[in-house]
Design a protein. Structure first.
Length: 203
């Protein structure tokens, strides 16, 4: 059986592991029903193409008041009503490819800019052993909600020191991050057997 490299496929593979499932934001194929279910549950959702990369086509939608919603794309924000959201969801571009709607993860911030941690996991050719080869924190540019457009690249320690996260054991957090990354690599390896490098964004 062949497997797609899209986010939707990877999401289901990772959900099969009882430990990883607790770290995954709830995700569904974009439809009007799935969108309204998630935004009613969480207040904010992210819409993204399953096959997308570099943050292209990623949009955040938030409920800001009764029947009022904010659409945040790149640095642009507009406020609209429920009918406008329905038209937005029905746009042709969302019918041409597979889009996902996902629970928004509230990111910690550095100087009011969200950040996440990119972890690289690699294995040698003909080896089944994975190892973490690098970790860096990406701080989003002012006005952006995704970190693909970064204003700063910091070490994990620098980001945590400057961040809104307080009273945290950095060593224990680093161990936890690496364990999650390695567990993900071993879970995906079963299906993507030729892969030797995996990059993960951990929030």
């Amino acid at each position: 059986m062949s497997y797609s490299y899209g986010k939707w496929t990877k999401y289901h593979i990772m959900k099969e592991d009882h430990t990883l499932v607790g770290y995954l934001p709830k995700t569904n194929i974009l439809s009007n029903a799935a969108f309204w279910e998630l935004i009613h549950e969480n207040g904010t959702v992210v819409i993204k193409p399953s096959e997308g990369s570099q943050g292209y086509g990623v949009i955040q939608v938030s409920k800001v008041r009764e029947e009022g919603y904010e659409i945040h794309s790149n640095r642009n924000k507009i406020i609209c009503g429920k009918n406008d959201i329905e038209e937005f969801l029905d746009k042709e571009k969302y019918g041409r490819k597979l889009y996902l709607v996902q629970q928004k993860i509230p990111l910690a911030t550095v100087e009011d800019c969200p950040f996440d941690i990119r972890v690289m996991v690699e294995r040698e050719e003909n080896s089944i052993e994975w190892r973490v080869t690098g970790k860096l924190s990406k701080v989003a540019k002012k006005g952006y909600f995704i970190t693909n457009i970064a204003k700063a690249i910091l070490t994990v320690e620098q980001a945590l020191e400057k961040s809104t996260i307080k009273d945290i054991d950095v060593n224990l957090l680093n161990i936890k991050i690496e364990n999650i990354a390695l567990l993900t690599a071993y879970q995906l390896r079963e299906y993507y057997q030729s892969s030797r490098v995996i990059g993960l964004d951990i929030a």
